[in-house]
Design a protein around this ligand. Structure first.
Ligand SMILES: CC(C)(COP(=O)(O)OP(=O)(O)OC[C@H]1O[C@@H](n2cnc3c(N)ncnc32)[C@H](O)[C@@H]1O)[C@@H](O)C(=O)NCCC(=O)NCCS
Ligand SMILES: Nc1ncnc2c1ncn2[C@@H]1O[C@H](COP(=O)(O)OP(=O)(O)OP(=O)(O)O)[C@@H](O)[C@H]1O
Length: 200
């Protein structure tokens, strides 16, 4: 069975993904794939330079992520151009990684934009949404990554609204005011439900 794991920035997707992996799932992480293909020598670098010019590179020859973040979260067209280059390559690598799952192994696709784009929804059997308030998202990303509050708000404003995400969910974990042990207990419940369902 293929599970699509999604949620807004800082909602707790990676934390839940790690809990699912600890129980035996195979993880396909689209943020990690996006990062690797834009590193020096990565599959997307040439197309990025053609589209955005050489100033988008670091001295080492990979995409300058902070610069690109500033550009795309203040310019919707630039975001579309970036996604037009990266998403097909991410999609191909997702399938490549999923193909190495063991027979019967639960495959978890961590996809921030699962609800925003039909491409991703089509490749999974179930959707698990990690939900948290915008205030909590903001606090977590500032604590984790040291971003300025406005930078986090800019990303949130470009993502689907929580209501839309929840409406697309087969299961929702409300990751707010939960300790990690409680979060893990929610993950355990879903794990049991889905491993039983996929064994049928
Ligand atoms: C914009 C970029 C350069 C910012 O890089 P940076 O290292 O600062 O952030 P990172 O990659 O860790 O992303 C942090 C979070 O931003 C959000 N985010 C990333 N890309 C997007 C996007 N296209 N639209 C909305 N939110 C996004 C996600 O919640 C993600 O978890 C980078 O995220 C990127 O290349 N995005 C395009 C690829 C993409 O769409 N990835 C999403 C998975 S399909
Ligand atoms: N229930 C929780 N209790 C305490 N800390 C938490 C909890 N859930 C998540 N966190 C912390 O919040 C931060 C954001 O979580 P995480 O990185 O899992 O979010 P994400 O949805 O994967 O973010 P992004 O969209 O940026 O990739 C991390 O530092 C994580 O350790």
């Amino acid at each position: 069975m293929r599970i699509g794991l999604t949620g807004g920035i800082g909602s707790g997707k990676s934390t839940v993904a790690a809990m699912l992996v600890a129980r035996g799932a195979k993880l396909v992480d689209t943020d990690a794939i996006a990062r690797s293909i834009a590193e020096p020598g990565g599959a997307a670098v040439r197309a990025l330079v053609t589209e955005f010019g050489p100033s988008i590179l670091t001295p080492e020859g990979g995409m300058d992520r902070a610069r690109m973040r500033e550009l795309v979260f203040s310019d919707v067209q630039a975001k579309k151009r970036l996604e037009g280059i990266l998403h097909p390559l991410i999609g191909a690598e997702c399938e490549h990684q999923a193909a190495s799952a063991e027979p019967g192994q639960l495959v978890v696709f961590d996809v921030p934009l699962l609800v925003e784009s039909k491409r991703w929804r089509a490749i999974v059997d179930r959707v698990l949404v990690i939900d948290a308030s915008e205030q909590t998202q903001l606090e977590r990303v500032i604590a984790r990554s040291g971003w300025a509050p406005d930078a986090v708000r800019a990303v949130i404003s470009q993502q689907a609204h929580r209501t839309l995400r929840r409406a697309a969910a087969d299961a929702v974990i409300y990751n707010e005011g939960l300790g990690l042990a409680e979060l893990s207990a929610h993950v355990e419940g879903l794990w049991e439900r889905w491993t039983v369902a996929s064994a049928r």
